[in-house]
Write a protein that binds this ligand. Structure first.
Ligand code: IPE
Ligand code: IPE
Ligand code: MG
Length: 258
């Protein structure tokens, strides 16, 4: 009976009727991408400087990683710093650029023990040397791991990624290696930084903002979207499980009929 009404009752009512939504072991999204937003507002709410929010957000990264791994998710992409975030005050940018090494100093051994493979996408060019060094070390030390792929989007912007991918294809055309007619969707996907990863099945954004902010524009064409008002430092295992449970109740139609 409850199942018949699942499509029109809200999550609150559903929870009252059947307890908190629990994801099933089947139909787990292969790739979850998260726009980790709201660190600054979370700190402000507590009367603290914005950087306290970023610091606390690191713990949420750990929680999300463990929860995703536990569910059997294959790829977790986390939007950590956008190409537009450079426009923030220098002190905040400097603080954010120190977080990867701080996070990895604390967590790398455990990530290795959990067979997690760390990857990074974004523009490496303007990153400080200390940030790059930490990311490179993590990538190198986990490259042969076969478990969850933890992919950090750092200094990442989807439009820039597309421009670079298209330039590379154009060079192949110029050099006569391929013809313009050979360009297809697979070729464009392969020239993006997400490379061999499948497109995200589920895109999560925290903090109540309902926008994409230049994140994976090409890859999210058919992703399911899930938003929560929770600020990123508040994001818990339960949030991820709730998002996955909701994902599992949806019907992906890709323009067809079901
Ligand atoms: C997300 O939190 C972290 C980054 C974008 C680097 P914000 O820093 O955007 O926090 P709000 O959105 O200002 O609250
Ligand atoms: C998006 O959050 C970027 C990251 C989470 C890294 P922003 O806080 O930068 O996005 P806007 O400015 O609110 O769109
Ligand atoms: Mg924000």
């Amino acid at each position: 009976m409850i199942n018949r009404f699942r499509s029109w009752i809200g999550p609150k009512e559903r929870e009252q009727m059947s307890g908190p939504a629990e994801p099933s072991a089947e139909n787990v999204p292969q790739h979850i991408a998260i726009i980790m937003d709201g660190n600054g507002r979370w700190a402000k709410k507590l009367g603290m400087p914005r950087i306290v929010g970023h610091q606390s957000g690191m713990k949420a990264v750990k929680r999300a990683t463990i929860a995703a791994d536990e569910l059997g998710v294959r790829y977790l992409t986390l939007y950590a710093f956008s190409t537009e975030n450079w426009s923030r005050p220098k002190e905040e940018v400097d603080f954010l650029m120190r977080l990867p090494q701080e996070f990895l100093a604390l967590e790398l051994e455990e990530l290795i023990a959990k067979n997690v493979q760390v990857r990074m996408m974004g523009n490496m060019e303007n990153l400080p040397e200390h940030t790059l060094k930490a990311m490179r070390e993590a990538t190198r030390r986990t490259q042969d791991n076969t478990g969850l792929v933890l992919n950090f989007a750092l200094n990442y912007g989807a439009r820039r990624e597309l421009v670079e991918g298209i330039r590379e294809i154009a060079r192949s055309v110029e050099a006569g290696r391929i013809r313009a007619e050979d360009i297809d969707q697979e070729m464009i996907s392969a020239h993006l930084q997400s490379g061999d990863m499948p497109d995200p099945d589920l895109l999560i954004r925290t903090s109540g903002e309902l926008r994409i902010s230049n994140f994976m524009l090409w890859q999210i064409a058919y992703s399911e979207l899930w938003f929560t008002d929770a600020y990123w430092p508040e994001f818990s295992r339960e949030h991820l499980r709730e998002a996955v449970a909701e994902y599992q109740r949806r019907t992906r139609r890709y323009g067809g009929l079901k």
